[in-house]
Ligand binder design. Sequence first.
Ligand code: SF4
Length: 475
Amino acid sequence: MSSTLHSFEQAATRAAHDRPQQETVRTSLGTYNRALNAGRERFASWSEARHRARAVKADAVAHLGEYLEQFEARITSRGGHVFWAETAADARDYILDLARRRGVRSVIKSKSMVSEEVHLGAALEGAGLEAVESDLGEFIVQLRNEPPYHIVTPAMHLRRAQIAALFQQKLGTPAGADSAEDLTMAARHYMRARFASAGMGITGANFLIADAGMVAITENEGNARLTASLPPVHVVLTGIEKILPRLTDLALFWPLLSTAGTGQAITCYSSLIGGPRQPGEADGPEEFHVVLLDNGRTRVLADQERRDTLQCIRCGACLNVCPVFHTIGGHAYGTTYSGPIGAVLTPLLRGEKEFGHLSFASSLCGACTEICPVEIDLHHHLIENRRDSALQHVRPLPERIGMRAFRWLMSDAARYARLAQLARHLLRFKNAWVPEGSPLDLLRPWTASRDLPEPPRESFREWWQRTRQERGGHA
Ligand code: SF4
């Protein structure tokens, strides 16, 4: 068993028993669901918007190289720099080297999952730089020294009282200062000085616009805009798949992302950034760099079957509807990207050997595919990942025996019907004579957190035959 699988099983088991945390997450998701439903109503046709978005992203991914070169040419024509980072280490080295050359001592960051992917925070700290997260949720998890819980709402698992206690301990806020306003003001007060003194601002990107050569960022706090404009050096760290062909595509993608992500019609701040400060401009950085990260993405691009996973706009909607995510939360995955998209993408980006087990952590209910605003067929990708895993590795003996037994059972209709009837009798016997949870209850691990339904008196096939015969038809 790989160490990542072992830690996943342990963390998932712990999280599955953490009822208070599940309650916090469910409350937060309840609010999200109501906002999402209202948000989709604002579209003339949500399904048409999804079709259109899929087509635009499919074109962007199919012509990724051309669009990225177009983007690069526009950025460099305004005096910006574009660095193509093949690996996470390349991206980290470029940013650290830039910080050294510019004599940077402190860095302010806004939310960027790619910076989590390349472990930039640890690299900056290791180089002796102070690095402060300016997104409130990211700031909270940074103070707790833990990774984001969710790709859109990093501190979704925490209650306000926990955050108040954290701020008292780390920022010295007074006891009783625990309203949302108190906590936000405390974080703002702490960050203000860091914004003013930072030698470098690092942001992510929601989209890269090829024809305009612009970086599009959506946010609700205004911190990304400050991060991009106050420090003398601005670095955008982003994955290559964030490209959109045209500026006009934002008319669809900005509302689509904010609706799928938070249920908002549009986020509070939408910024377009295209380079360093130009002559005559009042603000903006002296230097502007875009780091385009590959880190396995071109491998996914070369895979015709899976390349549509690069269409993901990181809205987080598939996490929000996933029953597995609801139960085990974001940290149990042990990866940057959690939930269905993480379970699909992580084995592709970081290796099936270490992360293939994530594709098995799914009920395959298909809710993720149904909600995805760019129509990525997530649950079928999970099945494809499982297929590849089964082809590449010898599965554990009990699983192989189980699968052979299943094949034997399913390959003969009469045999299946007889055994299903026997199973119903056994279940009825068990329900009548073996109390749930007793030592004789062999299904105890399963029934510990679920109700065992009463088996029906007749199977679907029996019911079908009987009703057809009653109506005088043929069974
Ligand atoms: S896979 Fe779809 S639903 Fe999930 S984060 Fe990406 S765009 Fe959103």
